[in-house]
Ligand binder design. Sequence first.
Ligand code: ARG
Length: 434
Amino acid sequence: MAQNTNTMWGGRFSNKPADIMEQINSSIDVDVRFWKQDIQGSKAHCEMLIKQKIISTEDGQKILKGLDQISDEINAGSFEFKTALEDIHMNIESRLKEIIGDVAGRLHTARSRNDQVATDFRLWTRDAIGNLIAKINSLQSTLKSLSNKHAKNVMPGFTHLQAAQPITLGMHMDAYWHMLNRDKSRLEDCSKRLNKCPLGAAALAGTPYPIDRNFTAKKLGFEMPMENTIDAVSARDFANEFLFSCAQTGLHLSRLAEEIILWATPQFGFITLSDQWSTGSSIMPQKKNPDAAELVRGKTGRLNGNLIQLMTVMKGLPLAYNKDLQEDKEPVFDSYETLCLCLDAINGMLDTASFNIDAMKSSAEMGYTTATALADWLVMELDLPFRDAHHVTGMIVKMAENKDCKLDELALTDMQSVENKITNKIFKVLSIRP
Ligand code: ARG
């Protein structure tokens, strides 16, 4: 065999690839991240080959042992990854050959890198979803304890970022708990749909060997083999769903980050971030900046970009495998790592922040936030049509504005000059009670 060609597929080649060809073709820097899943998939495949007597038990055992050794080497950091070997699959297989000799070549019987990579990627994404869900759970429990702790602490609720109606901090935190709960169920849903096994599809058309796809599917924790082998090697909608779920979760975190940033300004003064979660300014000594929250908000751009990247790669790709698909992993790995970081950062910030409940309460008392309650009282107690109640309330608010006082500081007679049926029972809705 010509020595200067790629030993995995170089049979019909007499020259090695150009340097730039090697560079553009290589994905090892990226797909090294799923080396564990690659070994896991190879071991399941090898056990199936033994069971089906496609390879001998003796050869199979050598392969399994060799794969374990590779796993130890990678864990120990002594494995040498080579760009010339393109990707994680060929790096591992080539090392297997160094360790056990030509028997290594039997592992790739009844398999292609196309079903191999699709399997690895699904396994990796399933694990990633599990890790993200654990992080979301942890953030949710921080939010839950904040909403319990502040169930009766009043703050202004906003629409148009104008004080609208009084709410509680607990209720506000609980809103984020629910958003994250939906994010979690989107990830769970994605995990359910991706949980079918591509292995056995080979390049695209299946394989003539008497393989047992149910065995490998079960061994790898998949619900069943993928039904259509062409679809098995070319589908990446699971990755798009994952990217969308990450982007949507990031978007929710970004809204929370934005509120943390606003609330931490001296103008709002609702929240004080701990020193651990703040940074200083090199020129303005008084500054304490919420950089982590700003970065969570900023990183939403990456999460959205990653989704658009893969959707664009996939658009117009003919069936089945095309090398474009190698571009599928980087956005997925990046979104996972970015989202892990954002979830941890928001959790750390919230967990160590102190909420200035007095400032929140006095802010809730500004801006006539009980005006809607006043209008509703006029409807419920005096049977005014809501539109009339709205008008009456508007006049009362204007009166308070002119007198520069709060609504509950107005005299009953003043309010009666606008609507004479008003009684002193109205005062119970004019001031804020949790
Ligand atoms: N590194 C490749 C990828 O990620 C593996 C599959 C290669 N398949 C092929 N037919 N060249 O897509």
